[in-house]
Design a binder for this molecule. Structure first.
Ligand code: HEM
Length: 140
């Protein structure tokens, strides 16, 4: 959710206009400006993140140096995603159960591991690839 945030932009703010002239980070934003926060850009800003394009989940462990304030897959502020807690719990359980019950291996037709660059649409999705899910032997 850091390297490839599901939503590239924060869509709720995308349809809102500023109702006053404001300054954001030193930039003057005139009244009635449409603001589209770029969540993908925020997660790949080298001024905030070390090696932002690398898959390094350990950066979020204690002492890993990541700024959790700058992590915005669920947006932020007053229009923060209302489903954040449910989504995190679901993702954790879904992934944990799949990894407990199946071993995932690349299909023989698949020469190498899938390209995870991502395809931008309404959400950021992975390119199509084939994978074999082998049921793990059940424990006695
Ligand atoms: C991985 C899953 C999810 C992601 C990445 C996600 C991300 C987001 C983002 C980025 C926003 C816009 C926040 C903003 O504009 O600043 C949003 C809004 C919202 N999300 Fe999610 N969301 C997820 C799952 C869910 C789920 C499961 C629910 C409901 C059970 C949900 C309900 C909402 C609602 C109601 C809003 C609008 C909040 C408002 O306008 O006040 N989301 N979400």
């Amino acid at each position: 959710m850091f390297t490839y945030p599901t939503l590239l932009i924060s869509y709720v703010y995308a349809v809102l206009h500023t109702i006053y002239c404001i300054f954001i980070a030193g930039y003057f934003i005139p009244k009635n400006t449409v603001i589209i926060p770029n969540l993908f850009g925020a997660h790949h800003d080298p001024a905030v993140w070390t090696d932002p394009y690398a898959f390094k989940p350990e950066r979020f462990l204690e002492g890993g140096g990541a700024s959790t304030r700058a992590l915005l897959p669920f947006g932020g502020g007053a229009r923060l995603c209302l489903g954040e807690a449910v989504a995190k719990m679901e993702l954790f359980l879904f992934t944990a159960y799949l990894l407990r019950d199946f071993q995932f291996v690349p299909a023989e037709s698949q020469a190498s591991l899938p390209d995870l660059t991502g395809v931008a649409s309404v959400v950021l999705k992975a390119k199509a690839y084939t994978v074999i899910a082998r049921p793990r032997p059940t424990m006695p």
